[in-house]
Design a protein around this ligand. Structure first.
Ligand SMILES: Cc1cc2nc3c(=O)[nH]c(=O)nc-3n(C[C@H](O)[C@H](O)[C@H](O)COP(=O)(O)OP(=O)(O)OC[C@H]3O[C@@H](n4cnc5c(N)ncnc54)[C@H](O)[C@@H]3O)c2cc1C
Length: 264
């Protein structure tokens, strides 16, 4: 079993003396982020990292994710650990209260995420990707998309992923070939993505895939490519999405064997 003890004193030093958490707490919207509150949050996060996540690190790596009867199953204990994070509103720690989040400064979430990742990197990628999807939609989404996606991502009811890498496009995302063609009020997406961390699993009831794709008029540069969001369960599945659902394959990687990934 992996042992982990959060370096709370070091974190306090970094947050107070270097990051200036007390100044951050003086900013509008963060009035409640007193050091007393932040310290208690970090202490509880450290306890969860030690008692819930670290004990699953080795066993999860040994067992790994597996494809059974068309479903991707995570390692034993993953479900309960995920519920601990979701039910405790840890995934929405820095999400805006308007969307059900705790509204704490992002720097607090950085410290908490460091604990999750130090205790169990394979597991911690799941909430990290959901938070990434939350942030992307919050920055770039329409009001309708924000209302539909953000509360569920913040609460952990849904998870998120990023679908960037393709067989011929890894470091150089300008080479992606996945296409997004507008069709009325949505896009039809075609192409292949690989190495999609937490691309399929049963931890949450839905998975929001942010897919980097190229529109027909996009210039040959990755910056010009929009992100499309696909839901695992679409209320109105697109022609491109349904076949994508039928070609699920599990990919293990050598380092983080218990991280479920999906190729489609
Ligand atoms: C565990 C894991 C999880 C992942 N999860 C995701 C995910 O969730 N979503 C997703 O979209 N992708 C994911 N990826 C893919 C990851 O982003 C790519 O593997 C990464 O971008 C590198 O791309 P590549 O594997 O095609 O390697 P390449 O880009 O082909 O690189 C191969 C080698 O060439 C080197 N290289 C590349 N370009 C240059 C250059 N210009 N100059 C010098 N050297 C160069 C690289 O450093 C590397 O050593 C994941 C990968 C791993 C291993």
């Amino acid at each position: 079993m992996t042992a982990y003890t959060a370096p709370l004193r070091d974190m306090e030093f970094v947050l107070r003396e270097l990051a200036g958490i007390d100044d951050v707490a003086a900013l509008p919207g963060y009035e409640e982020a007193s050091w007393e509150l932040v310290a208690s949050v970090l202490e509880e996060a450290g306890r969860i990292a030690s008692e819930v996540l670290a004990p699953l690190n080795h066993s999860g790596d040994r067992q790994g994710a597996r494809l059974t009867d068309g479903k991707v199953l995570t390692a034993d204990g993953w479900d309960a650990a995920y519920r601990t994070l979701a039910d405790g509103n840890w995934i929405g720690l820095s999400a805006h209260p308007q969307y059900g989040g705790m509204g704490l400064p992002g720097v607090v979430n950085v410290a908490v995420s460091e604990m999750w990742q130090a205790a169990n990197m394979a597991f911690a990628l799941c909430p990290m990707l959901s938070q990434g999807a939350y942030n992307a939609i919050k920055e770039c989404g329409s009001a309708e998309q924000k209302a539909a996606f953000l509360p569920k991502l913040a609460s952990g009811q849904w998870c998120g992923t990023m679908n960037l890498t393709e067989a011929g496009a890894g470091s150089d995302l300008g080479a992606i070939r996945t296409k997004a063609v507008r069709s009325g009020d949505h896009y039809l997406i075609s192409g292949q993505k690989i190495f999609i961390t937490y691309g399929e699993h049963g931890l949450a009831e839905n998975i929001i895939h942010l897919v980097l794709a190229r529109t027909p008029d996009a210039p040959p540069a990755s910056r010009a490519s929009p992100c499309s969001s696909c839901r695992r369960f679409c209320s109105t599945p697109t022609a491109a999405w349904v076949p994508a659902m039928t070609s699920i394959a599990c990919r293990w990687n050598t380092k983080w064997g218990s991280t479920p990934a999906r190729r489609r």
